[in-house]
Design a protein around this ligand. Structure first.
Ligand code: SF4
Ligand code: SF4
Length: 67
């Protein structure tokens, strides 16, 4: 990974609204509404915990190249 690459995660599709990630994110980056989970791109540190543990594989890794 390049040094200027920032990684975050986002809920894309297939969220079953289990609520697991909201409880387990250590950075308060995930909120929950009737559509499911949403990851705050400003707060997400890219730790990958939600991605690794989402039972529905609803979370996607995003690489942001910073100019
Ligand atoms: S862990 Fe996955 S399925 Fe569960 S609420 Fe989070 S994104 Fe949705
Ligand atoms: S990658 Fe880490 S910081 Fe970002 S939303 Fe998932 S658990 Fe929270």
């Amino acid at each position: 990974m390049k040094a200027d690459m920032r990684v975050t995660y986002a809920v894309t599709r297939g969220c079953t609204k289990c609520g697991w990630c909201v409880q387990e994110c250590n950075f308060d980056a995930i909120t929950f509404d009737r559509d499911g989970a949403h990851i705050n791109q400003e707060k997400c540190t890219g730790c990958g915990r939600c991605y690794d543990n989402c039972p529905s594989e609803a979370i996607e890794r995003i690489e942001h190249s910073e100019a």
